[in-house]
Design a protein around this ligand. Structure first.
Ligand code: SF4
Ligand code: SF4
Length: 258
């Protein structure tokens, strides 16, 4: 925890937020505007279960704040949801199919600090080796240019885990910045973004909750930056999480026919 975070925590403790009870209350009452109520209620309930379990396990206030700020619960909750949901039928996804790893957007997707550090740790030992950009100039640096497999597969962020498609041809079109039906993100990505947003609102005045650009972290790691440099280079503008959640929620509502 940085000195600035400790100052914020000390200031907040005067209002009772610097206690486990205060933090639970903040999670219970945090609001994330624009999120469908059923999604918000369900995500909050799971986040509170994480909180209560952490307390029962004897985790300290400081440890729980750090985990929430770095996005560990958001990723864990969404990973369980992905696992419980099983693999949807009819997906075209297969090893070596990597059009989805051609990152046509600004920065390859929003990831938490926990994910950014995990991706950095997986890729830093590969610094200097040829990477995905030898295959395609916009490919993720995590990609192996020969096999087109993810070199950080076990540590890939939630956006990579939840992005699927029923058509590789459609993904190829999207990689060329053309519209196509087929690719989409599973609902676990919504849970992840809402859980991290709830954590950010609950930790206001206690700790900073940052997000990072996936491709920038991967690029920094393979270019030999230190972890601190990589995080600084990839850190998002604070509004990015809200913007990403709103985009995702609009997709969620249109999928429901709203
Ligand atoms: S999302 Fe598209 S490009 Fe990625 S593995 Fe699935 S079918 Fe292939
Ligand atoms: S981290 Fe791995 S799965 Fe995700 S975009 Fe990069 S290469 Fe693809």
């Amino acid at each position: 925890m940085s000195r600035a975070d400790r100052r914020r925590q000390a200031k907040a403790s005067g209002r009772g937020a610097g206690t486990l009870d205060g933090l639970r209350k903040a999670l219970e009452t945090a609001s994330v505007p624009g999120t469908p109520k059923p999604v918000l209620d369900r995500t909050r309930a799971i986040l509170l279960t994480y909180f209560d379990t952490s307390v029962m396990q004897g985790k300290s206030y400081t440890q729980i704040v750090k985990e929430l700020a770095e996005g560990l619960p958001a990723t864990g909750i969404a990973a369980v949801e992905l696992q419980q949901g099983g693999t949807p039928q009819g997906l075209a996804c297969a090893a070596g199919c990597a059009f989805c790893c051609i990152l046509t957007g600004d920065d390859g997707g929003t990831i938490t600090e926990h994910e950014a550090k995990a991706l950095y740790t997986a890729l830093a030992p590969l610094a200097g080796q040829s990477d995905g950009r030898s295959w395609h100039p916009k490919a993720c640096p995590s990609l192996d240019p020969e096999t087109r497999a993810c070199r950080a597969y076990e540590r890939r962020p939630m956006i990579c885990r939840s992005y699927v498609s029923v058509s590789a041809q459609a993904c190829e079109k999207v990689s060329m910045e053309q519209d196509a039906d087929g690719p989409g993100v599973l609902a676990a990505q919504t849970t992840y973004l809402v859980a991290h947003s709830l954590a950010r609102v609950a930790l206001k005045g206690i700790a900073k909750v940052n997000t990072f650009g996936m491709s920038e972290i991967a690029q920094a790691a393979v270019e030999g930056d230190s972890e601190a440099e990589a995080l600084k280079r990839a850190r998002h503008n604070p509004r990015s999480l809200d913007d990403e959640r709103k985009r995702n929620t609009e997709g969620y509502l249109s999928a429901l026919g709203h």
